[in-house]
Design a protein. Structure first.
Length: 181
């Protein structure tokens, strides 16, 4: 391949992966073209892009970007998967596809500069909460004290709150309160 052609491919990679910080690598070795098409279609339906890359040119293109951390994983024929809401969503979808396509090999992934190697690493990543799930968990934790107070007012102690309110209303009307016990 000529130097001009290589420069064009590197330029294309830089443009295509501009702003991509997190991605997942799959090995395309041993997967037939029909299965590859099915995998690509399934991923595309979920907003995930798949690009077969040349490792040596990808190393050059990814230099000084968020994908530079993925460099040690660039061996053998690879496709890079990115998109969706987060790389966690990509990992979950790919792990689901492993059940249908057992020949699919997971090379690894990168999330915020942290590298997850091999199938085990990607499976671990797929168990992480997505950004939205993490925000939901934080909000739940923040609201739990208020829920406890509301629950206490509505629970067994809620009767006491109701009795105090009834006494308050009687006193406001000028009625007397009978002493019990």
């Amino acid at each position: 391949m000529s130097k001009v052609m290589k420069d064009m491919i590197v330029s294309e990679y830089k443009e295509r992966f501009d702003g991509v910080e997190n991605a997942l690598l799959i090995s395309i070795r041993g997967i037939g073209h029909e299965d590859t098409g099915t995998i690509r279609t399934s991923l595309r339906d979920d907003g995930i892009r798949v690009t077969v890359i040349r490792n040596s040119l990808a190393r050059v293109a990814f230099k000084d970007t968020g994908l530079e951390a993925i460099e040690p994983l660039l061996t053998g024929p690879n496709a890079i998967c990115y998109g969706a809401e987060s790389v966690v969503d990509v990992a979950r979808k790919i792990v689901d596809l492993l059940k249908k396509f057992p020949k699919l090999e997971l090379t690894g992934a990168v999330l915020d500069g942290q590298v997850f190697k091999g199938t085990d690493g990607v499976k671990e990543l797929s168990k992480y909460p997505t950004r939205e799930e993490a925000i939901g968990q934080v909000v739940t934790l923040m609201l739990s004290p208020a829920r406890k107070i509301a629950g206490a007012a509505l629970g067994p102690g809620g009767k006491l709150v109701g009795q105090i309110k009834a006494i308050e209303e009687k006193l406001e009307k000028g009625e007397t309160i009978a002493k019990v016990g």
